[in-house]
Design a protein around this ligand. Structure first.
Ligand code: NAP
Length: 260
């Protein structure tokens, strides 16, 4: 019983920043951490009402919302500073914010193509890099921390309609593994969760459209992931005892894509 309670509250007092936490996977991650005793800073870009609603529903006290567009490295670094100020420190960072922009090479005009690449790389890779850089400085001073980055199956399987997305997530994986090596001597551990399709706004149009059944059939479970299932893997990587899993990329894709 005592062990059960310990496991349930294993993030008691931990201070967590979740980028893009106003909805979807980020909101589920925030709920999961708060449910285990953590205090959470939920970042959003434009969805203030959703972020406030999400923070209002979290278990426990001391949670905050922080507006910042992480695609701007200056705002991404300030976001970390703001989280440290609001929470009184920072133990765990989850780079979850991301965008998917459709830009198939066969039908996208040059300007749109270039814009899609810029926006995607800025949000999904440069932003997390800036967050990691500022967070690592703080965590080195405070002698430890955890960084978990939310990637995608598309990094491995390819994204024919959104090649910048696949490239951004492959870059995020490579960056995370480099940082895992560089930061381990500082007691900072870095992991990645790579979901396949998840029931959120990002995938809603596809899942509700003509391709929905075929997408669900990609997994032998006949469905896509729930946001809580992604959160479960994020919490594992951030948990005590997962230190030796640093540099790991956890697939949460229902065996829809098995990489070697
Ligand atoms: P979502 O429902 O579209 O939510 C995206 C979240 O990111 C929102 O909170 C949004 O905030 C925030 N965001 C977007 N751009 C931002 C920026 N520049 N600065 C700060 N926040 C920003 O997405 P999701 O499905 O939960 O995806 C979360 C993560 O999982 C992403 O990294 C995504 O690539 C990854 N993923 C998703 C799927 C899937 O099928 N859904 C599959 C694999 C990986 P606002 O509401 O304020 O704009």
């Amino acid at each position: 019983m005592r062990r059960q309670i310990h496991q349930m509250m294993q993030f008691n007092g931990k201070r967590v920043l979740v980028t893009g936490g106003s909805r979807g996977i980020g909101a589920a991650i925030a709920r999961a951490f708060a449910g285990q005793g953590a205090r959470v800073a939920i970042n959003y870009r434009s969805g203030q009402a959703a972020a406030k609603a999400c923070v209002g529903e979290l278990t426990g006290k001391g949670h905050v919302t922080l507006q910042a567009d992480v695609s701007d490295p200056g705002q991404a670094a300030s976001l970390v500073d703001d989280a440290i100020a609001a929470l009184g420190g920072l133990d765990i960072v989850v780079n979850n914010a991301g965008v998917f922009l459709s830009h198939p090479i066969t039908s996208t005009k040059t300007d749109d193509w270039n814009m899609a690449w810029r926006q995607t790389i800025d949000t999904n890779l440069i932003g997390p890099a800036a967050v990691c850089h500022r967070a690592a400085q703080h965590m080195m001073r405070s002698r430890g921390g955890r960084i978990v980055n939310v990637s995608s199956r598309g990094a491995f399987r390819g994204e024919p309609d959104g090649p910048a997305y696949g490239a951004s997530k492959a870059g995020l994986n490579a960056m995370s593994q480099s940082l895992a090596v560089a930061l381990a001597p500082h007691n900072i551990f870095v992991g990645v969760v790579a979901p396949g399709f998840v029931e959120t706004d990002m995938a809603a149009e596809l899942l509700e459209g003509a391709e929905g059944d075929a997408i669900r059939a990609q997994s032998p479970l006949g469905r896509v992931a729930r946001p809580e299932e992604v959160a479960h893997a994020v919490l594992f990587l951030a948990s005590d005892g997962a230190e030796f899993s640093t540099g790991t990329i956890i697939d949460v894709n229902g065996a829809s894509y098995l990489r070697s």
